[in-house]
Design a protein around this ligand. Structure first.
Ligand code: UT7
Length: 315
């Protein structure tokens, strides 16, 4: 038995922030941001809108997409929990009206969604539950230093979620392989040392390309796939140049790499489910597509997963 994707949904907050708007208060420009990252705009949560609010919005859409009003497990990937303690997942489960379900947070920064997917897929495969909600949600705007142009131009807020159910490996939607890794010696590259988030962009870029490529190769071999098998590469949406480098090194044509960071920026744990939901809504990701997911994030953490896209309408 394995985990099968049964529904997907995503949300971004209402407040649009364009590169031009950032250039009015920071020493930056639309030209620099677009040429170095590919990002043109992002959405920012208004005061009072927390990670759990976005997570609930995405989860409701995913549950509607799956046609269910109940699940047996909630796993939430986030780096910006509503509070340091307690976890945000129980709050999300409660707001969704899910009573007495196991609910916990996963902290793996931008790799969080793949780690959360792995955790829920394991519970399903072992028969501990029949269904699960896996959510990636972040409000990075709450931890960005407004005076730091190196991070302020990159991140946006958002949430994405999938409903998983227990199913068979040959079913559409089936998750077929996973590879995860970490290296705590790189912990200082992406960190919140005090009030604000800090990132050492250049080495992060280099490690991200290397680890996303290696992890993808491992999971492709594990799944019995080659680069030619992959219809869509859904990589963590940090920088379009990273996505180009990873697809090139893997030998996957660049037009198979899903890109939505131009519209939403880097939404951390929300990045992959948000990109999948957007691509499915745009008709760029369709039933039967062989999909490779990969991410790199703070920790350092990285990972990859493979799945066959199901016949679902994204919410
Ligand atoms: O989500 C987790 C994973 N995160 C990532 O994968 C992020 C990976 N890193 C990156 O995407 C890139 O390293 C960045 C987009 C963060 C930075 O791009 P870069 O090409 O590595 O630029 P850089 O940091 O080497 O900076 C080049 C120049 C510097 O000026 P000098 O020293 O050459 O005079 C920076 O001060 O660009 C300057 N700079 C900026 N200029 C205008 C840095 N940020 C900005 C800015 N606007 N926002």
């Amino acid at each position: 038995m394995t985990a099968v994707v049964a529904g997907i949904g995503a949300v971004v907050p209402d407040r649009l922030v364009t590169n031009e708007m950032l250039a009015q208060r920071l020493d930056t420009s639309d030209e620099w941001i677009v040429s170095r990252t590919g990002i043109r705009q992002r959405y920012v949560a208004p005061p009072g809108c927390s990670t759990s609010d976005l997570a609930v919005g995405a989860a409701e859409r995913a549950m509607q997409s799956a046609g269910v009003d109940d699940v047996g497990l909630v796993v939430l990937a986030t780096t910006t929990p509503d509070r340091p303690c307690p976890g945000t997942a129980p709050v999300v489960a409660s707001k969704l009206g899910l009573v007495d379900v196991p609910a916990y947070d996963v902290s793996a920064v931008c790799t969080g969604f793949i780690y959360a997917l792995f955790s829920a897929a394991g519970a399903l495969a072992l028969g501990h539950t029949e269904s699960a909600l896996v959510i990636g949600a972040d409000t990075f705007s709450t931890i960005l230093d407004p005076a730091d142009r190196t991070t302020s131009v990159i991140f946006g807020d958002g949430a994405g979620a999938v409903v998983l159910r227990r199913g068979h490996e040959d079913e559409p939607g089936a998750l077929s392989g996973f590879h995860l890794g970490s290296d705590g010696a790189l912990a200082d590259l992406i960190t919140v040392p005090d009030k604000y988030f800090r990132m050492d962009g250049k080495p992060v870029f280099m490690h991200a390309v290397r680890r996303m490529t290696e992890s993808s190769r491992t999971v492709l071999a594990q799944s019995g796939w080659t680069a030619q098998t992959v219809d869509r590469l859904v990589g963590h949406q940090a920088n379009v140049r990273i996505l180009q480098a990873v697809s090139e090194q893997l030998g996957i044509p660049e037009d198979r790499a899903v890109v939505n960071l131009d519209r939403v920026g880097n939404t951390a744990a929300a990045s992959i489910p948000l990109a999948m939901a957007d691509a499915a809504k745009d008709g760029d990701l369709v039933a039967g597509h062989k999909v490779l997911l990969t991410a790199f994030g703070g920790g350092a953490t990285w990972g990859a997963a493979t799945l066959t896209w199901p016949d679902v309408i994204a919410g």
